[in-house]
Design a binder for this molecule. Structure first.
Ligand code: BV8
Ligand code: ZN
Length: 237
């Protein structure tokens, strides 16, 4: 059986990583997403963007995978599992998942924004969010940036190709913890629906995908995912 999991910030919420759009805790309630996660924002004030990502880098290193991440990793004992994640944290990998495709990049890799050279230098620890930090410079004079995909930027070809494959060949797609509003990633579950692949959504809130999902569970990831495969027969009868 081939199971593909499409995850968003909600799967990491119970690890303590704030989601983007949950108003009371969403990171973006405090900052303007287009300001801080876009190529324009980086060009306009790289020091603000760098400071915000340093804090998120600290936070993601300080938390641990939750029962939801661990359940997805455990499914590899019973099925061929691919994880397509919009998250830039490394919690799926730290839970043990082996086929993880980061369609929005990773906050644990850095490169020069001019020559593209990978940066392996020190990343300062930033336990508290601060307004501005100058990013390091590359020898070519370019600025060091995180390997994340900002608004207005294309998704990485290899991750995108692998994600399309994983969705098109899945016997089941589990969509967990995403508001399904950011494209082209949000188009992946729509592709599965169009393919007639069973789609299970796990989200305490309804989303634009809910109406077309085969089953939409108003549940949280850490409680729904551990027993989900055992529930499949009753979910689809
Ligand atoms: C591109 C960076 C083209 C890394 C991110 C107008 C209309 C349509 C589209 C557009 C438009 N204008 C612009 C666009 C395109 C734009 C887009 O889609 N905008 C949207 C917002 C309208 N897309 C882009 O710009 C993309 N690039 O199109 O390029 C191109 C092509 C060629 C050449 C040049 C250019 C790039 C998109 C990537 C942007 N980068 N992040 C980072 O900082 O993390 S997106 C950002 O949102 C995050 O990556 C995140 O992954 C993503 C989606 O958010 P979610 O993960 O869904 O999180 P969210 O908070 O929204 O939702 C959490 C959910 O979890 C909620 O539903 C909640 O109920 C649930 N939940 C909460 N707790 C739990 C839970 N679920 C389960 N259990 C729980 N416990
Ligand atoms: Zn450079």
């Amino acid at each position: 059986m081939r199971v593909t999991v499409f995850s968003g910030a909600g799967i990491s919420a119970e690890s303590g990583v704030p989601t983007f759009r949950d108003a009371e805790t969403g990171l973006w309630a405090k900052v303007d997403p287009y300001e801080i996660s876009s190529s324009e924002g980086w060009r306009a004030h790289p020091d603000k963007v760098w400071a915000w990502y340093l804090w998120r880098h600290h936070m993601m290193g300080a938390v641990a995978p939750n029962e939801g991440h661990r359940a997805v990793a455990a499914w590899e004992d019973h099925a061929e599992v691919h994880v397509v994640t919009q998250n830039v944290d490394n919690l799926h990998e730290r839970a043990g998942s082996r086929n993880v495709h980061h369609v929005h990049g990773s906050l644990f890799e850095f490169h020069c924004d001019r020559c593209g050279t990978e940066y392996a230098g020190p990343i300062p620890d930033m336990p508290e969010p601060v307004e501005s930090v100058q990013p390091p410079r590359c020898v070519c004079g370019g600025l060091i940036r995180p390997n994340v995909v900002w608004f207005g930027e294309p998704l990485p070809d290899d991750a995108w190709e692998q994600s399309l494959e994983a969705v098109v060949h899945a016997d089941l797609l589990v969509v967990v913890g995403t508001s399904s509003v950011v494209y082209p990633a949000a188009g992946l579950p729509e592709l599965a629906v169009a393919h007639g692949t069973p789609v299970i959504e796990v989200n305490p809130e309804p989303t634009p995908l809910s109406a077309s999902a085969t089953v939409s569970l108003r549940e949280k990831a850490a409680s729904a995912l551990p027993g989900l495969l055992q529930r499949l027969p009753s979910l689809f009868d």
